[in-house]
Design a protein around this ligand. Structure first.
Ligand SMILES: [Zn+2]
Length: 86
């Protein structure tokens, strides 16, 4: 189960964002990709407040990097997908 081609410290299935483009480093979708969203939900165990704080910091960084993108669409992309509590 070793892959000599992998860079040290970077796992191929990490689904981490690449900057400044903010695409997924694993699957190439716009970050957070579907896989990453599922992992974030699992990781934060439904704690929407903490997840919102984390994604808000990502959004702030992405807004700096993606100056030509509409802010509202970035908000939808980073935060709008979080399931709302009923
Ligand atoms: Zn991905």
């Amino acid at each position: 189960m070793t892959d000599g081609a992998e860079r040290p410290g970077v796992r191929a299935d990490e689904h981490a964002p690449t900057t400044p483009g903010w695409n997924c480093g694993s699957c190439g979708e716009e970050w957070p990709c579907a896989t990453k969203r599922g992992r974030l939900l699992a990781e934060y165990g439904g704690d929407r407040a903490m997840l919102s704080v984390y994604l808000g910091s990502c959004l702030a960084a992405a807004t700096e990097d993606l100056r030509t993108a509409p802010v509202m669409s970035l908000q939808d992309r980073f935060i709008g997908w979080i399931p709302r509590r009923r």
